[in-house]
Design a protein. Structure first.
Length: 767
């Protein structure tokens, strides 16, 4: 009899589950969300724009709207079915092993993958069960480090968690993608090697296995909408405790940030840490020393920092600056919105990140993966792109757990000549949350046309966490060539971890004359189109660019040209709708822009520069399309590549090149700029990424010809030991009309020939 009752109860639990819809409420006043909270409506991951809000809602809560005569429009009648129809269990990815639940891992597959990883990399991993759930399932933690089974006291720890909420599987898929990247690139990529060798990376991919297993039972192909754990808390509604409202910090602060109602999606439980799952996280965190952590959720494309329990954030200014500094860096490529929970969504209390920061002094963030169109179960084809856009934040988090250096270098404004010494200014910030590993070393490297008096600096004892050191003009450089070149300075900084951070800058050596300065505001004779162009849209055109935005409000095509007080530039097609970045972008192949042909033969050297805009990090296959710039010295008969990039920069970026490094014939110089939509085998959809390109403020600077070659005393078109002998004889004299030799011999430009010039010509030949 008891068994029969249990089976009936189980069946009734499975088949009487709540139905979820997605609804929109139009024409909302500012008080609408607060009013919904008063009604006890859970507005989880609300999507809000001017005039409406849109969110998922259970039938239990929908009855409350109906009772209070709140008007709404149903977007999806059955959200679970909508998600399931987008999922493909047979979908294959070139880059990442997908699961059987529409591409997502079941809990068994999570456990299997963790064990496979540990078996494959036993020396780099430590796998342990750190506790059990309400229903007795294991909660796993995986450590990745170079000596994973050892106690590595000196290596900073960092924590990544997933699946507080059972209907958010991207929270753990993203973590497995990051793990794969680490292992596949270990001893291949410097960053992956550094992170494994010098950090202890801890992963808890599934905090709520019980809820995930329940979702597997009710929706085997994916799309299940259970959010909470599986504690029986509600009759006729949704069971469970919201684990992300069950932590002790500001638990039950109010009924807006969590609910006392056991049927609510944000039910906080009977007391702080009442649930075994949150107890496991608490005990694990308190047994480690994590300076920083990620607690992954989905969705909304957000990066949320504490404190989130009230609108007036009580966090200290110093810590808030760190949260914002790190957050702005982490979202610079994926475009996620940065802010506290109340700023971006709504207040939350008893939340994991608030507890980690407020009680355990951990800089903890909540990344919310995926856009509104992705929802809780993004389509299978979106799993890898969403994981990719969070790879950089995961890397950054691991870096700042230890020492991480930011360099700032600059020099005084030129021109730079050989008769002076110029200071290089350096400042270094240890951006990380841990002091340097030993001393800090600064290496100064330059091209052959510069010489530094001090090329390495050692900072004994290193830098403390968050310490900034301004070294001022600590090293001076001199110029080894009078004019006609671009000099490069590279500064590298590192500690005993061995991972190098570097910055570089370029200087024009000598005085130049501007012979072309094209801002495209007046007449020009640039031309569009090559015989082999194939693009069907987004052809280069001259005019005023119209801004376009992606769904997060990030600029795709610029809103203006680059020229101060200008309006025109060349760009790859305008869209008539600022919210339709795919309208007018490059499609189906390449489009080419040609400069006029320039005769630069009367000059000894030339520098080309321009400002470019290039976006290719959106669309079906982000980052796969190309921007290319070529130069020809023979009127287009042969082309030499100056730039070939698949990197997106959705802001104006300066580029310059010394043409003498690429071509020798300056008689008929021409440039071409190519933006191309590339189709690669295995791409999703019909092509590469969404491309917008632009160019403005094109300039050519030249170096005037001299009547002699510097150092070529005997005029044999070569500089060698014979010229040194010739120079010494001239200096020892007596020689009539010594001024005739100044052109080729006055290396330091002091209007005399002397021993300093001999030293400089020797260095010139040796270099």
């Amino acid at each position: 009899m008891n068994i029969t009752f249990f089976i009936l109860f189980l069946l009734s639990s499975l088949f009487s589950r709540d139905l979820y819809k997605e609804i929109r409420i139009e024409n909302i006043p500012s008080s609408t969300i607060a009013y919904l909270n008063v009604l006890g409506i859970d507005v989880d991951h609300i999507h809000q724009e001017d005039g409406f809000i849109q969110f998922a809602i259970s039938s239990h809560d929908l009855d409350k709207l109906d009772f209070h005569n709140v008007n709404y429009h149903v977007i999806h009648e059955n959200l679970e079915e909508f998600y399931a129809q987008r999922l493909d269990p047979d979908y294959e990815s070139r880059d990442f092993e997908l699961g059987s639940m529409g591409g997502y891992y079941t809990f068994d597959e999570i456990e299997n993958r963790l064990n496979e990883i540990h078996d494959q990399y036993p020396s780099l991993t430590q796998l342990e069960v750190i506790g059990n759930t309400l229903e007795g399932r294991n909660i796993w933690a995986l450590k990745i480090s170079d000596n994973a089974s050892s106690f590595e006291q000196e290596e900073p720890e960092v924590l990544y968690t997933g699946l507080h909420h059972a209907r958010e599987p991207m929270s753990y898929m993203n973590l497995f993608y990051f793990m794969d990247w680490l292992f596949e690139n270990y001893n291949v990529d410097n960053l992956a090697t550094h992170l494994i060798n010098n950090r202890q990376l801890w992963f808890i991919p599934a905090i709520n296995p019980d809820g995930l297993v329940y979702n597997q039972q009710i929706a085997p192909n994916g799309g299940g909408m259970q959010r909470k754990n599986m504690l029986p808390t509600c009759s006729g509604g949704v069971n469970g405790v919201d684990l992300n409202r069950n932590y002790s910090y500001m638990w039950a602060y109010d009924n807006e940030g969590s609910s006392p109602d056991g049927c609510s999606e944000t039910y906080r439980g009977t007391s702080p840490f009442s649930e075994p799952e949150t107890q496991v996280v608490r005990d694990f965190v308190q047994s480690h020393n994590f300076p920083i952590a990620f607690n992954y959720h989905s969705y909304s494309n957000l990066m949320i920092y504490p404190l989130g329990y009230e609108y007036d954030n009580p966090i200290s200014d110093e810590d808030l600056e760190i949260f914002i500094e790190y957050g702005e860096d982490m979202v610079q490529y994926n475009g996620y919105a940065l802010g506290s929970g109340p700023d971006l969504l709504y207040p939350v209390n008893g939340e994991a990140c608030d507890w980690m920061y407020g009680a355990e002094n951990i800089f903890a963030y909540t990344p919310e993966i995926g856009a509104g169109s992705d929802g809780f179960w993004p389509s299978t084809s979106r799993i890898v792109p969403l994981a990719e856009e969070n790879l950089y934040p995961n890397q950054f988090l691991a870096l700042v757990a230890g020492s991480k250096y930011k360099l700032n270098i600059n020099v005084d404004e030129g021109p730079y000549t050989s008769d002076n010494a110029y200071p290089l200014y350096i400042s270094i910030l240890n951006q990380g949350l841990t002091s340097s590993n030993g001393d800090v070393y600064v290496d100064i490297i330059s091209s052959d046309n510069l010489s530094f008096e001090l090329e390495q600096i050692t900072l004994d004892g290193g830098l403390g966490a968050r310490e900034l050191l301004d070294l001022g003009g600590i090293s001076y450089f001199s110029v080894n060539a009078v004019q006609g070149s671009i000099a490069e300075i590279i500064v590298k900084v590192y500690d005993d971890d061995g991972y190098i951070y570097e910055e570089n800058l370029q200087l024009i050596v000598g005085e130049t004359e501007v012979v072309v300065n094209q801002d495209f505001e007046g007449g020009n004779n640039w031309t569009v189109g090559s015989f082999d162009d194939s693009a069907t849209a987004g052809i280069w055109e001259l005019g005023i660019p119209l801004v376009t935005y992606d769904e997060l409000g990030n600029v795709v095509q610029p809103s203006s040209d680059h020229t101060d007080d200008g309006v025109n530039c060349f760009f790859t097609g305008n869209s008539s709708n600022p919210n339709s970045p795919g309208q007018g972008d490059v499609d189906g192949g390449k489009t080419t822009l040609f400069s006029p042909v320039y005769n630069l033969s009367e000059y000894s050297g030339a520098i080309i520069s321009y400002w470019k805009w290039y976006t290719n990090n959106l669309g079906n296959n982000p980052g796969t399309d190309t921007w290319r710039v070529d130069v020809s010295g023979n009127n287009g008969q042969a082309w030499i590549e100056l730039e070939n990039s698949t990197s997106s920069n959705n802001s104006w970026q300066f580029k310059q090149f010394y043409l003498n490094d690429y071509i020798s014939d300056f008689t008929s110089v021409q440039f071409r700029f190519i933006a191309e939509d590339v189709y690669n085998e295995g791409d999703f959809g019909s092509g590469g990424s969404l491309i917008e390109a632009a160019i403005d403020d094109f300039m050519i600077q030249v170096f005037s010809n001299t009547e002699c070659m510097l150092g070529d005393f005997n005029q044999d078109a070569d500089v060698n030991i014979q010229d040194i002998i010739f120079m010494i004889n001239v200096i020892l004299g007596p020689v009539e009309e010594i001024d005739n030799y100044l052109c080729s011999g006055d290396f330091n430009q002091d209007a005399a020939l002397n021993i300093q010039d001999v030293i400089l010509i020797v260095n010139f030949i040796l270099d």
